[in-house]
Design a protein around this ligand. Structure first.
Ligand code: ATP
Length: 291
């Protein structure tokens, strides 16, 4: 198992898949016909998630694969991302079970999350999270993310839609899938326009906002720090019940975040331990890495 770090994926996405690795990848290859696909749970930007059955209940994420490029780079990127997934085992991370790797049917098979996402709790049901409950949730997110980071894996798409709450237990999904999904997305972008999915901007750190260009999604400077910024947005949602920069147009958010302007915490009703000032930011990063 030669192992591939997520943060080095983009540089190698065009490299041919090493032979030894392709042998061990076979262990995770699930023939598409072996998976029973039931109803659609939901459709995201790049794939449709269905309830399925493969040795028990599973979630199957079917990727919307656009016409494949001849050099096989999409398939290589997909396999790289599967190689990240298969090395993750943590209580707060969704269980990866395997993948259907024969184009045009690319799919990821994971355990089926019960419960609802934090997004549903906070933004649709308007459930209130006490400070204590928020800390318990945030602590579990930090533990799952800390594990990913310790393994050199950057999530790249941490958001409340990708965090499930199952009877108080946090389960993080969708890590390591950003490149392949954005590769599809990149092909989808029209002309010089910058397609920004709604609800995505407020998770993007200033350095990513400043790097946004049409068709540049694979070159965005994701890092552990940008994951921590996204975690900050989740923390804000938990405490305030809304997104930072709520109701503001994308252009305004891009301009403010790119300039380093932050959402004001003046109206947030929380203790000082929770409302961190600029000077506390470094301490916060340390705190997150220790949790
Ligand atoms: P985006 O594409 O912008 O990331 P999304 O997170 O809503 O949006 P998907 O990740 O494709 O899109 O998920 C689609 C739906 O499937 C969502 O409602 C999500 O909560 C659900 N889902 C994803 N993974 C699982 C899982 N392992 N178990 C149960 N439901 C899941």
């Amino acid at each position: 198992d030669s192992g591939v770090r997520a943060d080095s994926l983009d540089k190698h996405s065009n490299a041919r898949w090493p032979r030894q690795n392709s042998l061990s990848m076979k262990e995770w290859d699930i023939p598409y016909d072996d998976v029973k696909i039931f109803e659609v749970i939901g459709a995201g930007r790049f794939g449709t998630v269905c309830r399925g059955s493969w040795h028990g209940a599973v979630a199957v994420k079917l990727l919307h694969v656009l016409p494949l490029s001849d050099d096989g780079s999409l398939l290589d990127t997909f396999k790289h991302e599967v190689s990240i997934f298969r090395k993750t085992r943590h209580e707060n991370l969704v269980l990866f079970m395997g993948a259907c790797m024969k184009p045009p049917r690319l799919a990821i098979v994971t355990s089926l999350c019960k419960g609802m996402t934090l997004y549903t709790h906070i933004h649709l049901r308007k459930d209130k999270f006490t400070a204590n409950k928020s800390v318990l949730v945030a602590q579990q997110i930090s533990q799952g993310m800390g594990y990913l980071h310790a393994r050199g894996i950057i999530h790249k798409d941490l958001k409340t839609k990708n965090i499930f709450l199952e009877s108080g237990k946090v389960v993080i999904t969708d890590f390591g899938l950003f490149s392949v999904t954005k590769l599809c997305f990149g092909n989808n972008a029209r002309g010089d326009s910058l397609g920004i999915p709604s609800g995505w901007l407020c998770y993007l750190a200033p350095e990513i906002i400043r790097a946004l260009r049409p068709h540049a999604s694979l070159l965005l400077p994701f890092s552990k720090a940008t994951d921590i910024y996204a975690f900050g947005t989740v923390w804000y949602e938990l405490l305030c019940g809304e997104f930072p920069f709520k109701g503001q147009p994308p252009e305004s958010i891009i301009w403010q975040v790119g300039k380093g302007v932050k959402q004001s915490l003046a109206n947030m009703q929380a203790s000082r331990d929770i409302k961190l000032t600029d000077a506390d930011e470094f301490k916060a990063q340390l705190l997150v890495s220790r949790l």
